[in-house]
Write a protein that binds this ligand. Structure first.
Ligand code: 4AD
Ligand code: MG
Length: 428
């Protein structure tokens, strides 16, 4: 019977068949020790000359790293073997004997690994990261459904920008079109139909930033909610992030261990998070010797400092209107500011969420569109939302890869997505 390694406990001391790959191999002459994986788990497969027929033995001698095969034999628990289980192989069927595998035990440079990303993703560390990514996606969906959000989709090809950052342009049958930077504006239309909505998909930013936090193509979860103000918006973000952390700690213990993730800082991630205003953040940075003045935006370095100043995620709220997007609602207490928040993950990771209350008044929004020199005609449909049943509403966008990098404790965002698109990398 062909089984998956994740179910091995049910088959101890029985003869079963496994299909997968050899990721490590060592021989002591008459015995081969093969580390074998099938995508759901690992086992040490032992082929002993005295226990197999001549054909199987000859085939075993040909096995190389990453050869694909089917092995049949009795499986049992063995504390001393790396995975805790072993199979004494009786029969071996080979799908393919792999050529000399380019990725070895010695440490390779980042460029080499990135050039071989299609192979690198097989490594134990990359498997762990990708499983945590999967866990984050699923727990986001779970949280959203439990909290009455409807999953809906927004277009990738758009005629207008959402954020004021670099856009990817493309030709749309003779018209100019842009790849979406966020589905937010379309989600705002959908709240009038569904109340609370979210989308979750790839977005694109042609930012010429070469940092450990920037991807050109990344996944964003945008959420939008009718009748939710700035404070409630932050409360929902805080609950969502706490939920994700709890799920990852609970369901991905083994993967966090492979990544040697220190769990202590993650265990602090519980509501309430820290809240400071933009002005307080500026003061804090100045106190720490950073050369910055009111009205400047925070870059990666400032985010790192701010994020390391607290044990918990920190909201930075109420930025100056001039450095934030056109759709953000001015603070009624002081129109110089907007009712927005950036949520910074701790341990130096920086911004994982950007959110705000949106302008719900037609005149204010028309003014802003003028002030930001946006093409008014293109935004008529968006202005319609303020003409027909406008309501106070808020939303936010969570960057999946930045969240995964933080939860996994990674140095660089490039490992959080199977095939990263970076400023200098479109391949493989
Ligand atoms: O802060 P941003 O630009 O917000 C928006 O796009 C809003 N329209 C979202 C909304 O309100 N619905 O982006 C949201 C998040 C950031 O906090 C960050 O986590 C991530 O997207 N992000 C990136 N992740 C990887 N690479 C990049 N180049 C990113 N730019 C933003
Ligand atoms: Mg932002």
């Amino acid at each position: 019977m062909v089984i998956l390694l994740k179910n091995i406990k049910k088959y101890l001391n029985k003869v079963v068949t496994l299909r997968g790959w050899i990721f490590n191999i060592r021989s002591s002459g008459s015995i081969y020790f093969c580390q074998f994986r099938d995508g759901t788990g690992e086992i040490q497969a032992i082929v002993s000359k005295k226990d197999v027929d001549e054909e199987t033995w000859q085939l075993t001698k040909k096995l190389t790293l990453e050869s694909s095969c089917e092995i049949t034999g009795k499986v049992y628990q063995e504390k001393r073997s790396p995975s805790g289980y072993e199979m004494l192989v009786k029969k071996l069927k080979v799908f393919q004997i792999a050529l000399k595998y380019p990725i070895g035990k010695k440490s390779h440079g980042v460029d080499f690994l990135m050039d071989h990303r299609h192979l690198w993703i097989r490594s134990r560390r990359q498997q762990a990261i990708l499983k945590i990514r999967d866990e984050v996606i699923f727990s986001i969906r779970e949280f959203m459904r439990k909290n009455d959000f409807v999953l809906t989709d927004t277009p990738i090809l758009t005629p207008t920008p959402c954020e004021q950052v670099e856009l990817f342009k493309t030709d749309y049958f003779g018209e100019k079109a842009y790849l979406s930077q966020s589905g937010q504006l379309y989600l705002e239309a959908l709240i009038y139909s569904l109340g609370r909505v979210y989308d979750f998909g790839p977005v694109f930013r042609a930012e010429k930033s070469k940092t450990r936090r920037h991807l050109i193509e990344f996944w964003m979860m945008d959420a939008e909610m009718a009748f939710v103000d700035h404070q409630e918006n932050m409360r929902i973000q805080e609950e969502l992030v706490s939920y994700l952390v709890e799920k990852v700690i609970k369901n991905r213990k083994k993967e966090l261990e492979i990544l040697k993730r220190n769990l202590e800082p993650l265990k602090n991630v519980k509501p309430p998070f820290v809240k400071i205003t933009y002005d307080q953040a500026i003061d804090l940075l100045k106190k720490k010797g950073v050369k910055i003045k009111w009205g400047d935006d925070f870059g990666g370095d400032e985010e790192t400092i701010l994020s390391k100043s607290f044990e918990k995620p920190v909201f930075i709220e109420k930025y100056p209107a001039g450095i934030k997007a056109f759709y953000m609602k001015p603070d009624p207490e002081n129109q110089k500011y907007v009712l927005n928040d950036d949520l910074l993950a701790p341990e130096g990771y920086g911004e994982i969420i950007g959110g705000s209350e949106r302008i719900d008044d037609l005149n204010t929004l028309e003014e802003k569109i003028k002030e930001f020199k946006l093409p008014k005609e293109e935004y008529q449909w968006y202005l319609d939302l303020r003409r027909y049943g406008s309501v106070p509403h808020s939303g936010f966008g969570l960057g999946l890869e930045r969240t995964v990098a933080w939860l996994c404790g990674l140095e660089h965002i490039r490992e959080t997505i199977p095939f990263p698109r970076l400023i200098n990398r479109l391949r493989p």
